[in-house]
Design a protein. Structure first.
Length: 168
């Protein structure tokens, strides 16, 4: 019995080190992005009456800007690379301090524990890049349907809604 105790301690320490080594770094919040950083957010939302994917490319310069691209429906399937030919540029926005604070609150909500009993499910992936290299990634799934009811949040669909509608 005495031999098993030290082995159990070593085994749990080793497993903890391996698990800790594989844990990706969380991305910075929008307000903490450094000048020159890029944060690419892929937002896929699906529910009873919708299924769409947008990619948001946030760039920090003097101000934070976001370029929005609509992706084909199959872009959210695992293991499928996004084809460049089906991307539709929707537009670009310069974000206010209030917008950035609302995005920080949205990220805080996504990272918190909350119920997920809704038929609409949002899958969000974040990739932070610095000098062309990925420095942090994070993936979040939210099935709460709460973000639309919360005040002072800036949602990804809210950003899309602020862009001018495409001319047909």
């Amino acid at each position: 019995m005495r031999t098993l105790h030290p082995i159990a301690i070593l085994l749990s320490a080793f497993c903890g080190a391996v698990i800790g080594a594989d844990t990706p770094n969380p991305v910075d919040t929008f307000s903490k992005l450094k000048r020159g950083d890029t944060l690419v957010v892929r937002f896929h939302t699906t529910g009873c009456f919708h299924d769409e994917t947008h990619e948001f490319t946030f760039r920090r310069a003097a101000e934070l800007t976001v370029a929005v691209v609509q992706l084909p429906r199959d872009a959210a399937r695992a293991g499928l690379g996004t084809t460049q030919t089906n991307r539709v540029d929707v537009g670009t926005l310069t974000l206010s301090k209030s917008d950035v604070a609302g995005l920080d609150r949205l990220m805080e909500y996504y990272r918190s524990k909350h119920d997920g009993f809704c038929t609409t499910v949002d899958r969000i992936s974040f990739t932070q890049q610095r000098d062309g290299k990925t420095i942090a990634t994070e993936e979040i799934t939210d099935g709460s349907c709460q973000t639309f009811r919360m005040k002072r949040l800036m949602t990804f669909p809210g950003l899309v809604g602020r862009l001018p509608s495409p001319k047909r």
